[in-house]
Write a new protein. Sequence first.
Length: 558
Amino acid sequence: MDSTIPPALGSPASHPVLSIDGLSLALPMAGDRALAIKGLSLTLAAGETLCVVGESGSGKSMTALAVMGLLPRAVKPTAGVIRLMGRDLLQLSETQMREVRGRDVSMIFQEPMTSLNPVMRVCDQIEETFAAHDVLDRTQRRAGALELIAEVGLPDPPSIARAYPHELSGGQRQRVMIAIALAMEPKLIIADEPTTALDVTTQAQILKLLDALRRKHGTAVLFITHDFGVVSEIADKVAVLQHGICVEHGTASEVLRNPQHDYTRRLLAAVPSLEPPPAKDLSRAEVAFEVTGLNKVYRGRRTFFRRGREVRAAEDVTFFIKRGETLGLVGESGSGKSTVSRCLLRLVEPDAGSIRIGKVAIEGLSPSQFRPLRRCIQMVFQDPFASLNPRHTVGHIISEGPIAQGVPRAEALGEAKRLLHLVGLRPEAMERYPHEFSGGQRQRVGIARALALEPDVLVADEPVSALDVSVQAQVLALLQDLQKRLGLAILFVTHDLRVAAQMCDRIAVMQRGRIVELQATHSLFKQPQHAYTRALLAAVPGGQDARRKIGPNTDPLD
């Protein structure tokens, strides 16, 4: 081993695990030096969880990358220190930092599928951490990997060890990431939005696991999130970042129950409540969309020696949506929500069942027969960046559908400009490309594109799951306003029950391809009938009402 590599960082009782003092990070922007982080100071003790919250661009992830020594080359520290167990990480060479990473500080990333190597088995990826730090022999590494897989609560460790990442669920992949982070028993674990894309029950399991491991190993946890329900569940201390500045820092109870800064109060006011708003009167509204007995079975490849595995993704699914109504479709990953959504748009052909738009049955129609009806039902996708063509301007993206349906180009472009105004964007956005917008703005473009064909039904597939709470509130308010103006029927697919409470008039709960409960939102949250619905509600971070732990002073600014 290189003699220049320092010994493992010590743990004197007088030092906090992590101490950031006066940190400033500069990045080039339009030829000038702009600060991504400005004078940040934080401390974190052993066995403590510090939640760092703020909107996209506030500096949360940049702080984590600075601690890990993984800053982009263009970003340079200009002031301050980062001490891990008393030693300044900013003074270490890259060779020295490689020894520190994994052994003294580890990171759990937001999206495990892109963080794990898709062509390596799980056991090999865990063992790789041991090998990188030259500890244990081959037999001991394999035994250590199996022990870690069991410790993070994965079933049948030998089978999981042999699996590839794509063979595991999202929650299982995140547990593998946690196992890799724990391999060298680091003093500090950084968790960067590790539960954002997970359903509520899996999220609750991951949070419980992290808390149990923190208590068992005495590990300090730096938890980056924009979900205040998660903060109220796990945080000992909270730091609120805005434009690279820590505007508020204190214990979780202080910050959540008595926020001092305007920005903190605005973030807390944007947290959706589990208390639904008053119900709308839809008794005279016409049915815009009806699904009866929808079935879809996915069959694995059959061989001479093995029968293909069958997965019933949708089984006898029946519901309707009235004009001006929002029906929520909720459930865990794999419950069948996305399959139902794709069947409605004929992106997947159902095996059986009836789908009617107004009085027109669309099942059995050929692609050419269905094409004119596509304008009647449009979709807002979960990831607006992946669903918008990066090579086309926003004006082209919005007008493309109407042009394909025979609308003259000049008329379609004029309508695109009107729609941009309708969703709160300026006309000059027509000439810009998707990468030039924020996440919330891109989602507005996605909504404008869906509205361009004047649909009767809008299918919104997790449209706000990846957005900050304040941007999320804006997009939800926009959808509600558009629905009121245009009389849209909306199928709102989500795993976030707090969002469902605020958006939906009725909620259908899916489990293993079946709708197990369908009630008016008020009734479902007050008296859930099915055990699975009760389990989902119990798993919402922050308890039965996320605002309960946040306290009374969270109304919008006075």
